[in-house]
Ligand binder design. Structure first.
Ligand SMILES: Cc1cc2nc3c(=O)[nH]c(=O)nc-3n(C[C@H](O)[C@H](O)[C@H](O)COP(=O)(O)OP(=O)(O)OC[C@H]3O[C@@H](n4cnc5c(N)ncnc54)[C@H](O)[C@@H]3O)c2cc1C
Length: 372
């Protein structure tokens, strides 16, 4: 025990890494070293945002799209003590101020005490290629498997009308115009971005010959003996595809958090300062928080400023006012092929040229290291 204020951060992706950087920087500014331990179920972070492009251009997996968490954070530690633990947190006790973690799949756990806890364990996804689940190698293996399967397929079903489903259908249809791509979009395409954007996305997908099927929901997927996949729908029909990609559900990684701190969907309930009610030394940052709209933009522009002020005030006793986390109109860019896509920022829809410049041309891959 060093006697330094101890921060424990759970999660080694956009939220965990940027929270750790912010905490280091605030301690440096206050000339008061702290100890920070980051526990993550993956040694590397993953630039998942470009996954739809990796699926059709798997050579991109050779680019810098994963980052060694310990190495990259060590550079930012400065005067502070830093430890990285590659492990899965199994239990958190906010009264005792401890977390229990396990380095392997057995039941053996170690205990870590904290003064401040940052929950940044994010969400996993319905398809393993799109997010870190455990090791980054497993995620990349799934991307590669899927890309090979798409290449040899004649017909592919993408299930999900949100950004991931739309981007994935657009990328495959554009890279492989001879394949038949079916997009099952439930209640509609990009509904959360408004009618105008939804219409524009639909028209761009139709230009790429994507077959858009609304108002049918899948209830199950069976893998057949020849490797094809049978999708069963809620209207008692089924259809067979060479490959099926589900892009439907974010599942919060909160199994280690007691139920009373979670909402009905499993996200961590926080107050307007991203702290837990009555446990103000515990914060939830990123996708895991109920105040998140599920994108990395939220973390960088809305969560981190709150975290920084919180540390200045509560840890370093500066006389600052913490501004509550703001709800805001969506900021989202959705590439639909290399040529462009759709997007909105603070209620304004963005022209195709801006979408191309900011995202479609290279999916932001060259700048990935800035955030991870
Ligand atoms: C295909 C796709 C495209 C996207 N495009 C965009 C985009 O263009 N712009 C945008 O802003 N957002 C985008 N997003 C959303 C963005 O990916 C998420 O907002 C972001 O990943 C959230 O980061 P996070 O750190 O909160 O959680 P995650 O990225 O989910 O990371 C969670 C971390 O916690 C670790 N972890 C989980 N459980 C435990 C545990 N029990 N113990 C220890 N460690 C644990 C994991 O290993 C991981 O390191 C996209 C998402 C997808 C799927």
């Amino acid at each position: 025990m060093t006697g330094l204020t101890h921060f424990v951060v759970v999660g080694g992706s956009y939220a965990g890494i940027n929270s750790a950087r912010a905490i280091f920087a605030e301690a440096e500014a206050a000339k008061t070293p702290i100890k920070l331990t980051l526990v993550s179920a993956s040694t590397h972070s993953y630039y998942n945002i470009a996954t739809p492009r990796y699926l059709v251009e798997p050579d991109l997996l050779n680019e810098k799209i994963t980052f060694d968490v310990e190495k990259s954070l060590r550079k930012h530690a400065g005067i502070n003590e830093f430890e990285f633990i590659y492990a899965t947190v199994k239990e958190a006790d906010f009264d005792l101020k401890t977390v229990k973690y396990s380095k392997s799949n057995d039941d053996v756990t170690d205990l870590l005490s904290y003064d401040y806890l940052v929950l940044a364990s994010g969400c996993r996804y319905s398809n393993k290629a799109f997010k870190l689940n455990d090791s980054h190698e497993n995620t990349l293996r799934e991307v590669l498997r899927l890309s090979k399967s798409i290449k040899s397929a004649t017909n592919v079903a993408v299930i999900g009308g949100g950004a991931t489903g739309v981007e994935t259908a657009g990328e495959i249809a554009s890279a492989y115009p001879d394949k038949k791509i079916h997009l099952y979009c439930g209640s509609g395409i990009l509904q959360h971005l408004g009618e105008r954007v939804s219409r524009e996305a639909k028209s761009q997908l139709e230009e790429l010959n994507v077959n858009i099927i609304p108002n049918i929901y899948y209830t199950g997927i069976e893998t057949l003996s020849d490797g094809k996949q049978k999708v069963i729908f809620n209207n008692d029909t089924s259809k067979i595809f060479d490959e099926v990609i589900t892009a439907t559900a974010n599942i919060p990684n909160t199994e280690f958090i007691p139920d009373r701190f979670k909402n009905a969907k499993g996200y961590v309930k926080t107050n307007e300062f991203l702290a837990l009610e009555k446990y103000e030394n515990v914060l939830a940052i990123g996708d895991v928080a109920d105040k998140s709209s599920g994108n990395a933009v939220d973390i960088l522009y809305y969560h981190l400023p709150v975290l920084k002020k919180y540390i200045q005030k509560n840890v370093f006793k500066k006389n600052v006012i913490i501004t509550p986390v703001k709800s805001h109109a969506p900021i989202e860019i959705v590439p639909i092929s290399r040529k462009g896509g759709v997007g909105v920022a603070w209620g304004w829809s963005l022209p195709n040229f801006v979408i191309w410049l900011l995202r479609s041309r290279n999916y932001g891959i060259p700048a990935a290291g800035k955030f991870l």
